[in-house]
Design a protein around this ligand. Sequence first.
Ligand SMILES: NC(=O)c1ccc[n+]([C@@H]2O[C@H](COP(=O)([O-])OP(=O)(O)OC[C@H]3O[C@@H](n4cnc5c(N)ncnc54)[C@H](O)[C@@H]3O)[C@@H](O)[C@H]2O)c1
Length: 416
Amino acid sequence: MIVGIIGLGYVGLPLAVAFAEEGRRVIAVDLDAERVAAINAGISTIEDVPSSRLAAVGDTIVATTDYGRLAEADAVLICVPTPLTPNREPDLGPLLGAGRALGESLRAGQLVVLESTTFPGTTREHLVPLLEAASGLVAARDFHVAFSPERVDPGRIDHTLRTTPKVLGGLTPACAARAREVYEVVCDTIVEVASPEAAEMSKLLENIFRSVNIALMNELAILADRMGIDIWEVVDAAATKPYGFMRFEPGPGMGGHCLPVDPFYLSWRARQFDFQTEFIELAGKINQQMPYHCFERIERVLNDAGKPVKGSRIAILGVSYKAGIGDVRESPALKLMQLLAQRGADLGFHDPHVAELAELSLRSEPLEELLDGTDLVVIVTAHPNIDHVAIAQRVPLLLDLRGVTRNSPATAALRL
Ligand SMILES: NC(=O)c1ccc[n+]([C@@H]2O[C@H](COP(=O)([O-])OP(=O)(O)OC[C@H]3O[C@@H](n4cnc5c(N)ncnc54)[C@H](O)[C@@H]3O)[C@@H](O)[C@H]2O)c1
């Protein structure tokens, strides 16, 4: 079996490597020629796939910008981005571009699976017509089609592609059966649902569930702050209940390519059914407000120390959207830093995973230099291998937005 993969990012590259490690040849297409060249040279472009793993599979993965090569594949998995437009509506541009280009080289007998997160109906109503129009073939008769959402969680090592159950829904039972055969090569458990739409919506449910629960924690964090209660103590206490409670953490806001984006794919789709998805909108609103709340918290902390934001030296620790990775897409740290910069703060940051924030014209500074002479240190993303408690013990003022110093009350760190 030869596997074709379109889009070699956080989703597509680990998938390509997983198939290659099982001895399947992979033809991997991406529009980004630099990324293609790096992958062919055995240089990984994402942290979850060390270059050593990529180099070990050698020529088993052939990366290319040429869609025509996909004619050689038995199954083609589409892993392109599904962002929002500036008006926060689904931007299917990359997906439709991929579908059109794939359609031109599609041949009878192939399987096409969409993995990109999207609203229910995308596979059947948007992808299939493009493939059929460009190829002259008929879906489910001449080629198989399915949707199977990706559940990769960058930086996570306790669950892998192999051990995480994979949901899939085929256009027909035969499509689902073919997709199952392909995914069983890299995945132990396949969870079949009756349609691509159910599979599309299941992925959105997973992300909306997280977004809504994080928003709930954030709202309570703002209230607890006003009431003078430590939200972390409250969460820790509630989480001792052995049933009926699931722990979520408050924080400076939500980031990444998924949680701030995906839920709005469903809200947009819902409007076509005269339906308002109120939980999604409310969660989005609260989570988007968090950098503003954190900014105001910083203002108060400095004020209490007799200092204004303007001219104060503020050191931000961690700017990626979550711990252990370098992805800054939609990171709340960016919004918070913009707000601080607008008010004239003298900003610096340290992040072992992010060398530069071009939009703020800042480079990551060595930790020791950064801490020297700061008025305030703010932990925005708590990366592993940084001793935050030790930092809290030696700097004059520290605001911990992630609760990582909470078990060391002697540090006198202030918290979200
Ligand atoms: N990153 C995650 O943690 C994650 C988790 C689950 C699902 N997803 C979903 O998977 C999809 C891909 O996300 P990602 O994080 O891997 O994106 P990414 O931005 O890391 O990678 C996408 C790749 O696709 C390429 N590309 C864009 N348009 C293309 C086209 N028309 N043809 C060929 N290549 C093209 C880009 O150059 C890039 O290399 C999205 O729908 C996302 O919501 C992401």
